[in-house]
Ligand binder design. Structure first.
Ligand code: FE
Length: 230
């Protein structure tokens, strides 16, 4: 964030200032808007709290992970999901607010998919819950499109040179879910066990699905016991 034309001042420590107790400017604007809407009787604060609690605590990436694990396990389901996600997701009940028009994009050895909302923070809530802070950040929104490989590298993802990266820009009309590649060494795994390999970030495209512990060769495990002595 340093240097926007002028000499960047040292980060200002607000912790001992009275104004540190106030919310940041966007939060203030949101609070002001909420207050006006409540006063006008247009919204019910209890209903707002319920919505936030639902998406924060009751719905989360586990819904998306269930869809991915099933797609890995069931080719008919996967084909239907890729052809018409809305219908399939509605049947599962993973539908509704902020997830009305879903498109599922499949990672392959040829193409890796990554999702951003360059305008704001559109995100498939019914499948992934509330978006992470970095997804809403200016840095991610600007750089995911311009320098996707650099962004992926910062997330610890390095793709083979022959894999192209396609960035999908979410809008209020269309939300995307990435179907990550099923990791090698998982052929014998059941759908229920595959769930644990599907992270939120892997469904945004900023991570790959995790390898199962059993597939990791012991030699790649970091030293945990006597590594410090040698
Ligand atoms: Fe948006």
């Amino acid at each position: 964030m340093a240097g926007l034309g002028q000499a960047a001042p040292m980060p200002h420590d607000h912790s001992d200032h009275p104004h540190a107790l106030l919310p940041s400017e966007p939060a203030l604007r949101v609070k002001a808007l909420e207050t006006i809407l409540v006063r006008k009787g247009l919204i019910d604060p209890a209903a707002l709290d319920e919505i936030i609690d639902t998406y924060q605590n009751k719905i989360g990436p586990q819904n998306g992970a269930r869809v991915v694990a099933r797609a890995w396990s069931d080719p008919v389901f996967k084909a239907a999901l890729l052809a018409d996600a809305d219908t399939v997701l509605a049947e599962l009940g993973y539908y509704g607010r902020q997830g009305e028009h879903m498109v599922v994009v499949e990672n392959t050895p040829e193409q890796h998919n990554m999702v951003v909302c360059t305008l704001c923070s559109c995100y498939p809530w019914p499948l992934l819950g509330i978006p992470p802070g970095w997804y809403k950040s200016d840095a991610y929104r600007a750089r995911a499109v311009r320098a996707p490989r650099a962004v992926l590298a910062e997330f610890g993802v390095t793709l083979p040179a022959e894999t192209s990266v396609r960035v999908w820009d979410s809008t209020a009309e269309v939300r995307y879910l990435v179907l990550p590649m099923r990791p090698a060494g998982t052929d014998a795994m059941e759908e229920e066990d595959l769930l644990a390999l599907v992270s939120r970030d892997s469904m945004i495209g900023t991570a790959l699905a995790a390898l199962p512990a059993a597939a990791l060769p012991p030699t790649t495990a970091p030293p945990t016991t006597n590594g410090a002595q040698t």
